[in-house]
Design a protein around this ligand. Sequence first.
Ligand SMILES: Cc1ncc(COP(=O)(O)O)c(C=O)c1O
Length: 361
Amino acid sequence: MSRAARAVIDLSALRHNLQQVRRAAPQQQLIAVIKADAYGHGIVAVAQALADADVFGVACLEEALSLRAAGIDKSILLLEGFFHADELPLIRHHKLQIVVHDERQLDVLASLSPQACSIPAWLKVDTGMHRLGISPQAVPAAWQRLAACPAVAPLLGLMTHLANADDGDDGFTRKQLDCLASVRTDRSIPVSIANSAGILAWPASHGDVVRPGIMLYGVSPMLGECGAQRNLRPVMTLYSELISIRQCKKGDAVGYGGSWVCPEDMPVGVVAMGYGDGYPRHAPSGTPLLVNGRRAALIGRVSMDMICVDLRGQPGAAVGDPVTLWGNGLPAEEIAVCASTIAYALFCGVTCRVKKETIDG
Ligand SMILES: Cc1ncc(COP(=O)(O)O)c(C=O)c1O
């Protein structure tokens, strides 16, 4: 076996987390958000494991095509719709659903002639995030225009995205919900609002269709929480091994820049994991990792291929021993806080050098 860095993807944890979404939103349809290679977990393996989802949500045509090429025939929604008109023949051919968030997309759709296969579409409303979406006052006319497009059917409903739902006390979510309610003049029009944070903390956002992403991967979207507090299980565990152990002297500086200096004679381990694998470059000394399942602390700067670990308190540690960087026993949320980032970015940042292995159960 060569370099030990690997990400183990637990498909049973993924299915368990899907059940937690169903428990939290039992009446709703479920769009499993598997964009960005399923948040770095591997889009095809994740889609196959999430056969119980109603729809898959992806960011672009290429992601949808990779699912179709793998034989996945479930409904797929392009969460940003199409970027250029030349994508539309493939969108039709592969029976993809789209989100329409911009008047320019409406112009293109209005110019299409009807064909045997029409395009199902959500209309996205900007209820205050000011990222994608039609402004609330323009929604009635946009909805009429979309309904009149001969190539578009059915209209799936009104969609919006929550900006601050990860803070259960933030009143802005309530404003966004009120805004969407004000443009939904016909109560029979379905709505889709909730991301993971909406699902867990804002029942009023559940609407008709929920769109979980990060909670499927075992992470709590709520500020200051870990997934276990929501009965979620980590799906990705990032592992490597100790590749060297040095006995350093008091005063020895460890790693680039010598930013960490040994306070006493001590063993220092070297782990085959670095920013070239996606481990965050800004993780500071003190960031936890597990050596043989026991907590230890990162010391010194993260290098491209290696990190160093304080092995005081790990007397039996030996070269070849397993090291967990995040996942089982060490929440990715905790590492993300240390490195001033979010678990989403940790997962998406794991590079192709890291072997992905799936396990089930
Ligand atoms: C439109 C949309 N819906 C749902 C999600 C899922 O969000 P989360 O991963 O926070 O559940 C995303 C993710 O960014 C998104 O862009």
